[in-house]
Design a protein around this ligand. Structure first.
Ligand SMILES: Nc1nc2c(c(=O)[nH]1)N[C@H]1C(S)=C(S)[C@@H](COP(=O)(O)OP(=O)(O)OC[C@H]3O[C@@H](n4cnc5c(N)ncnc54)[C@H](O)[C@@H]3O)O[C@H]1N2
Ligand code: MOO
Ligand SMILES: [Mg+2]
Length: 432
C-alpha cells in the first residue's frame, strides 16, 4: 500500500520553511571581493556629499555682486587671478573685481559664490593680466554644487541585507570602506541521489543519464548568495545514503538532496528522515512541478529533499530554498517577486494543482507578458535554459487562455517582501 500524502498550499509550505529561518554571522572582506555579497550593516554617511561647495563646471568662480550690473551693452570685466584644478585650493584672497579660473570639481574659493561657465565668457589680455568679459548678472549660488546637497552626514544610504553590486561598491568606496561588513555565506550541502546518474565525463549507457541537478542546484545556491558544498552522487542504497546524509548534515547549514523523495522502491529519503529523527515539515505540495518536494528539520537545521526531476528540483529550490538563503543573508526581500502580466498561450486543461510554467518574459503592446517555453513536464531539463520567469496558474476547475492576466514570478531579480500567495484554497480530496 502506497503511503497517502496530504498536499499543502505553496504559501503554507513557504511559511513552514521560513519558521526555521536564521540570520548569518558577519565578517569583513575587502571591497574588491565584496561584489555579489550581502551587507551585514547599514551604510551610513560619515561625511556630507559633496564634502565641500564645488564647481560643477569648467569656468570661473566669481563674486555674484560684481556681476549685478552686467548686460550685453554693459559687460563687466573681472581679473583672473589664479587657475585651480580639481584637487587644488585657491591660494589668494579674491577681492572685488576678481575671479578664479576653476575646473569641474574644484572647491569654491571662499569669497566666491557663483560659477560662470567658460562658454559664457570672453577672455582678453591687457598689460600682462587676464580678464574675462561677462554679459549678464549672476545670483549668489548660481551653478554652485553645494556641500551636502546630495547626502547629509548621518543619512543611511544602503541598508543591511542589500546585495552588493557596482552601484553599492561606488557608495562604499566613497565612504572609505577598504573592508566591508558582509554576512557570511550559508554553506549549502548538495547531494544528488540516483543509481542512474553518470558523472559529467562518463559516456551514456542504457538506463543511465547525466546528473544535471547537482550542477544546476549549485548554480542556484550561488545565485541566491550561498556557498555550495558539493558532496557528489549517491547510488540508491539506504545505508550508504543514510550515512552520507548524516555526516554531511553535521558540516553544513542546510543540506539539499535531489531525487528519492517520492514513493518508489528506491526512494529512500522518507526513511532516512525517519531514521535521522528529523521532523518532516511537509512531503506533498499542491503544485506542479515539484509536488513531492519534501523539507525536514533536525535540530533546527533544514534538509531540502528536492525532486529528482530537473524542473521540479529547480522550482522547488526557487520557491523554498532560495528565500531561506536570502533571509540568512539579512535580505528584507527574500521571496520571488510576483508581477501581473499576460499569458501568451492557452492551457485549456484544468489541473487541481497549481502549475508553475517555465516561461520567458516579453512585452506585448508595452505590457509585461510571459511566453511559456513549451515543454512543461516535470522531467524536462532543456526548457530551463530559456526561462527567466515562472507563470503561476492556480489549480482549480478551469483552464487558462492566451490573454489572461496571470501572476508571473521573476527569477533573476532580488525579490519581494511578500511571499507568493496561492489564489485558491485547497479543497479536500484534491490530491493529484
Ligand atoms: N506512484 C507515483 N509515482 C510518482 C509520483 C507519485 O506521486 N506517485 N510522483 C511523481 C513526481 S510528481 C515526481 S516529481 C517524481 C519524483 O521523483 P523522486 O524525487 O523520487 O526522484 P527520483 O525517483 O530519484 O528521480 C525522478 C526522475 O528524475 C531523474 N533524476 C534524478 N536525479 C537526477 C539528477 N541528479 N539529474 C538529472 N535527472 C535526475 C531520474 O532519473 C528520474 O527520471 O516521482 C514521480 N513518481
Ligand atoms: O513533483 Mo512532480 O514534479 O509534481 O511531477
Ligand atoms: Mg522516485
Amino acid at each position: 500500500m502506497v503511503e497517502e500524502r496530504t498536499p499543502i498550499l505553496v504559501s503554507e509550505a513557504i511559511k513552514r520553511v521560513m519558521e526555521f529561518s536564521i540570520k548569518g554571522k558577519s565578517e569583513y572582506i575587502s571591497l574588491e571581493e565584496s561584489n555579489g555579497r550581502y551587507l551585514a550593516e547599514d551604510i551610513k554617511a560619515d561625511h556630507n556629499i559633496p564634502p565641500f561647495d564645488r564647481s560643477p563646471l569648467d569656468g570661473f568662480a566669481v563674486r555674484s555682486k560684481d556681476t549685478q550690473n552686467a548686460s550685453s551693452t554693459n559687460p563687466v570685466f573681472l581679473e583672473v587671478i589664479e587657475t585651480v584644478g580639481a584637487g587644488g585650493v585657491t591660494q589668494q584672497k579674491v577681492t572685488p573685481g576678481q575671479a578664479v579660473r576653476v575646473m569641474t570639481g574644484t572647491i569654491m574659493p571662499e569669497e566666491c559664490d557663483a560659477i560662470v561657465m567658460f562658454e559664457l565668457t570672453k577672455e582678453k589680455k591687457e598689460n600682462g593680466r587676464t580678464y574675462i568679459e561677462i554679459k549678464r548678472p549672476f545670483n549668489s549660488g548660481d551653478f554652485v554644487s553645494f556641500e551636502g546637497e546630495e547626502t547629509k552626514k548621518g543619512d543611511v544610504l544602503v541598508k543591511a541585507g542589500t546585495r552588493i553590486h557596482a552601484g553599492v561598491i561606488a557608495v562604499l568606496a566613497t565612504f572609505g570602506y577598504k573592508n566591508v561588513p558582509v554576512v557570511k555565506k550559508p554553506v549549502i550541502g548538495v547531494y544528488a541521489t540516483g543509481t542512474e546518474l553518470l558523472e559529467l565525463d562518463e559516456p551514456l549507457e542504457p538506463g543511465k543519464i547525466r546528473n544535471s541537478n547537482a550542477y544546476m542546484i549549485q548554480a542556484q545556491v550561488e545565485q541566491a548568495g550561498g556557498e555550495a558544498k558539493y558532496y557528489g552522487q549517491l547510488v540508491d542504497d539506504f545505508d550508504q545514503c543514510y550515512q552520507a546524509i548524516k555526516n554531511a548534515l553535521g558540516e553544513v547549514d542546510v543540506l539539499i538532496t535531489t531525487g528519492g523523495v517520492s514513493v518508489g522502491d528506491f526512494d529512500y529519503l522518507p526513511q532516512i528522515y525517519e531514521k535521522l529523527g528529523a521532523n518532516v515539515l511537509f512531503n506533498k505540495i499542491a503544485m506542479r512541478p515539484g509536488s513531492v518536494t519534501t523539507v525536514a528539520e533536525k535540530n533546527g537545521k533544514l534538509l531540502f529533499g528536492l525532486s529528482g526531476n530537473p524542473s521540479a528540483s529547480f522550482v522547488g529550490f526557487e520557491l523554498y530554498t532560495r528565500p531561506w538563503i536570502k533571509a540568512y543573508l539579512y535580505s528584507e526581500t527574500p521571496y520571488l517577486e510576483v508581477v501581473k502580466g499576460l499569458l501568451t498561450k492557452d492551457f485549456p486543461k484544468p489541473n487541481p494543482f497549481s502549475r508553475f510554467i517555465r516561461s520567458r518574459m516579453v512585452f506585448v503592446d508595452g505590457r509585461i507578458a510571459a511566453e511559456p517555453i513549451g515543454m512543461d513536464k516535470s522531467q524536462v531539463v532543456t526548457s530551463l535554459a530559456h526561462s527567466d520567469v515562472l507563470v503561476a496558474l492556480p489549480g482549480g476547475s478551469r483552464g487558462y487562455s492566451s490573454g489572461d492576466e496571470v501572476d508571473i514570478l521573476l527569477l533573476n531579480r532580488e525579490g519581494s517582501v511578500n511571499p507568493f500567495k496561492d489564489p485558491t484554497k485547497l479543497r479536500s480530496g484534491e490530491g493529484r
